[in-house]
Write a protein that binds this ligand. Sequence first.
Ligand SMILES: Cc1ncc(COP(=O)(O)O)c(C=O)c1O
Length: 447
Amino acid sequence: MSKVPDIKVEPPGPEAKKAVAKDDEWLVKATKSWPLVFKKAEGSVIEDVDGNKYIDFYAGVGVLNVGARHPKVVAAVKDQLDKYTHVAGTDFYCKLQNEVAERLAKSVPGDNKKMVFFSNTGSESYESAIKIAKSATKKQVIMDFLGAFHGRTTGSMSMTASKWVQREGYTATLMPGVYHVPYAYCYRCMYNLKYPSCNLHCVTAIEEIYFENQIPPNDLAAISMEVVQGEGGYVVPPKEFVKGVFNLTRKHKCLLIDDEVQSGMGRTGKMWAFEHFDIVPDIICSAKSLGGGLPLGATIVDAKLAFDRYGRHSNTFGGASLSHAASIATLDVIKEEKLLERGTKLGAEAKKRLQEMQEKYEIIGDTRGLGMMLAHEFVQDRKTKKHASKSRDKITELAFKKGVMLLPCGRSVVRYIPPLNIPEEQLDTGFDIVEECIKIVNKDRAD
Ligand SMILES: Cc1ncc(COP(=O)(O)O)c(C=O)c1O
């Protein structure tokens, strides 16, 4: 195997700079991170247009749990390309989407039969969840948590509460009937309490404060959550928090929507992150890694909640054939390569390593994660916990220049999400480089 990382010219190199300039000229501003311009990607290695090779620690923003261009995924897509590429799967029929639907429905534990609605993206899978919840319960209020992220389309953005830059200028016209309450972000408890002596005040507060004063529980169609918050900062709540929220939905006869767009498809060492918390949600949103690199979203619902007639909801590309072929291959790879077991094992070892870094470098305030969904939160001072956002950005920039692709989240968090089948050697080298960068910035802070 060729050497990785391999930085031949400091990125962005001359070819990358040209592509970035064109992008600035013709593309509407979105959410750019670093000036990485792709030439090729294979497994956990990305090559840029100047010949630099990087280790992938961001998995295409959580899309490539089985790595880039997995040979089985590529073969399945090529094979499908020779048959048909489009059927408008919501209007017509094809066996591919039946197979993905059956496999997804059966991947959810419990006795209740599940059914699936296909779309193209995470936002769309979440929008579908909202429509299904409102239609099934005939209620229109949804409660979610501060720090939540579900997308940037109007409905999903209304349910998102992680960064105001997405909402600014739209706030008065967002979807009504939405409430956000504090999440169990124990490192930064919004009630200034400590787990477990807090007795899960964040759960009791929902009943005793929010349901008493503001949110009529009888109006609730659903409580929505990411059981592990992603964009909000890779926040893993205590198990009792998730169970407590689930119990509230049973008590008040509303649904639990679990957005697993980022945490699902084996990322946490289980197929779905909710399996760590001994609950089964009523509606599960999936996307990102579901299509193995091709766009695919799915909303998995308790069969009792599914639309009762045709025409209530649909789309054009939701049954996209190439994406479904890729998805079947991806589900096969997760099983055949035992990626849940691998993610659990490598994730535990990596987390230990990240905790050891925390012991050495004051700038690391917290280490957290489940399976291979791992993160460090950076602080200016461990007592005040003031966010070290600029230092965090410096760490990710240094890592990019040294050949490891990282992605930030939250206000001062770096997520570590390599493909689940990354070779151990690349994983170790990647963390060696991450540590080098943290060491430098720990000494020479940017905040
Ligand atoms: C939990 C979660 N839900 C929804 C989305 C939106 O997905 P997409 O960007 O595919 O619309 C994301 C994207 O990061 C996400 O992390």
